[in-house]
Design a binder for this molecule. Structure first.
Ligand code: NAD
Length: 262
C-alpha cells in the first residue's frame, strides 16, 4: 500500500476550527481534499458539525478518506479531570475506533508534551524552562522510550489517548502516529501564553512551518509505520526532547530556532 497517489489524498481534521486546525486547513487545503469536523461548522473549509465525544459512529462519514488528523479536545493544560474524561478521552476513543472500523489507513493523534511534563521538575529541564540555562552544552534529551510522567489531568488524557491508539494499531492494524506537540501559538514565536514568563517556549516552541512539515510528513510516511510517537518541536537551541526518531523515520528536519526571537 502506498500513501502517495496521483489523486489528492482525502483528510479528515477533527477540531478544525481551533488554532492548529486552522493553520493546517489553511495550508493543506489546496493539496488535499479536506473535510473538517468541529462542534460548529467551519466558515473556511467543507465541514460537518459533530460532537466527537458523544458520536460513537462516525464510520459513515470517515468512509473513503485516507487519513484522520485528530485534534478535537479541550486544549488547555488546566482542563479539569471531569472534562478531560468526558470530552477528551471519549472523543479520542470514538475517533480512533471509527477510523479503524471505516478502513482509514492512518490516524495522526494530537498528543502533548504534557505526557512527560513531570520531567520538568528535574535538573536540567527545570532550569531550562525557567531560563536558568545550565553550563553544559549537551543536555540529555527526554525520549519517547522513557516512562510517561503526565503533569496534569490533561496530560493523563493524552497519555490515555496514546494507549487507545496503541490498542487499535495492534488489534486492527490501523497506523497511528502520535505527535507530542510542544508550544504552538497564534503569535508563532516565544511569548507569554500560559500566564507565566513565556521563557519555557524558547525550549518548547513548534513554529507553524515546522508543524505543517511534521504533519505532512506524517500523512505521507510509509505504511510500514504502524505505531509511532514523535515530539513536535522546532530546532530550538534549548530543546530538550529527542527528535532523532522522526528524522530517521519520516525525514522531519525542523527549520526554525526560537533563539532568533531572543
Ligand atoms: N496549541 C498547542 O500548543 C498544543 C500543544 C499540545 C497539544 N495540543 C493539542 O492539539 C489539539 C489542537 O489544539 P489547538 O491549540 O488547536 O486547540 P483549540 O482549542 O484552538 O482547538 C480545539 C478544537 O477542538 C474542538 N473540539 C473540542 N471538543 C470537541 C468535541 N467534543 N467535538 C468536536 N470538536 C471539539 C473545539 O471546538 C476547537 O475548535 C488539541 O488536541 C490539543 O490538546 C495543542
Amino acid at each position: 500500500m502506498s500513501m502517495s497517489h496521483k489523486k489528492k489524498l482525502k483528510l479528515i481534521i477533527t477540531g478544525c476550527n481551533g488554532l492548529i486546525g486552522s493553520i493546517l486547513s489553511e495550508n493543506l487545503k489546496n493539496k488535499y481534499e479536506i473535510l473538517g469536523i468541529d462542534l460548529k461548522q467551519s466558515t473556511k473549509i467543507p465541514s460537518v458539525s459533530i460532537n466527537t465525544a458523544s458520536n460513537k459512529d462516525m464510520e459513515k462519514i470517515f468512509e473513503g478518506y485516507d487519513v484522520v488528523i485528530d485534534l478535537a479536545a479541550h486544549a488547555s493544560t488546566n482542563t479539569p479531570w471531569e472534562k478531560v474524561y468526558a470530552n477528551n478521552i471519549q472523543s479520542t476513543y470514538n475517533v480512533i475506533k471509527s477510523a479503524s472500523e471505516s478502513g482509514i489507513k492512518r490516524v495522526i493523534f494530537a498528543s502533548s508534551n504534557h505526557v512527560t511534563g513531570m520531567y520538568e521538575n528535574d535538573y536540567p529541564y527545570k532550569n531550562i524552562v525557567s531560563g536558568n540555562y545550565p553550563k553544559e552544552s549537551k543536555i540529555p534529551y527526554i525520549t519517547t522510550k522513557m516512562p510517561n510522567r503526565p503533569d496534569s489531568p490533561y496530560g493523563i488524557g493524552k497519555s490515555t489517548g496514546e494507549s487507545i491508539g496503541k490498542y487499535f494499531s495492534e488489534k486492527f492494524n490501523t497506523s497511528i502516529i502520535c505527535i507530542r506537540i510542544g508550544t504552538v501559538n497564534l503569535e508563532n514565536k516565544p511569548v507569554d501564553s500560559e500566564g507565566t514568563t513565556g521563557i519555557r517556549s524558547f525550549a518548547t516552541l513548534l513554529t507553524h512551518n515546522d508543524l505543517i512539515q511534521l504533519i505532512e510528513k506524517s500523512i505521507n510516511a510509509s505504511s510500514d509505520l504502524k505505531y509511532e510517537i514523535f515530539y513536535g518541536v522546532s530546532n530550538n537551541k534549548w530543546r530538550f526532547w529527542d527528535i532523532k526518531d522522526s528524522e530517521t523515520k519520516i525525514g522531519y528536519i525542523p527549520n526554525d530556532n526560537a533563539e532568533k526571537w531572543r
